[in-house]
Design a protein around this ligand. Structure first.
Ligand code: DQA
Length: 147
């Protein structure tokens, strides 16, 4: 695969490790990146791994992934449940996207049950913690191959 896969992380995910560990576990964002990098290497994929607390920056990166990436994995954090801008950005790019959540959003508060992103995601992986990012890479590789 020539082009890299973008893995984008939204607000507050920079605090993983200390943020509500009973919900999100003890691994840091750096740990997640290391997991993803190792998995990607084994799959022969390149990754670009980023995090931002800013909705606009995530929009810019989705657009960049559309130009320069083979696919996209996104954990949009709380913007999942609020952001028409992220939905529009994902609708505007021609690459497969997989939505990831560490926690099982359907087992949590009602406001987390709706995702703007699921509408345009190829699939959703949620509730498996950090391995969810590795599952998403496998799923994305299959999706890119069959596209
Ligand atoms: C999250 C779930 C969201 O509801 C929450 O706002 C997050 C993290 C997850 O990975 O479980 O910030 O996307």
């Amino acid at each position: 695969m020539d082009k890299p896969v973008y893995i984008l992380n939204g607000p507050n995910l920079n605090l993983l490790g200390t943020r509500e560990p009973e919900v999100y576990g003890h691994e840091t964002l750096e740990d997640l990146e290391a997991r993803a990098a190792k998995k990607a290497l084994s799959l022969g994929m390149g990754i670009i791994f980023r995090q931002s607390n800013s909705e606009g920056e995530l929009v810019d990166w989705i657009q960049e992934a559309g130009r320069e990436g083979a696919g996209l994995i996104i954990n949009a954090g709380a913007y999942t449940h609020t952001s028409v801008a992220l939905l529009d950005a994902l609708s505007s790019v021609n690459i497969p996207a997989i939505e990831v959540h560490l926690s099982n959003i359907f087992a949590r508060e009602d406001f987390r049950h709706h995702s703007y992103i699921s509408k345009v995601a190829h699939g959703v992986i949620c509730g498996f913690g950090p391995p969810g990012y590795e599952f998403a890479l496998e799923a994305l590789q299959q999706q890119i191959r069959t596209n």
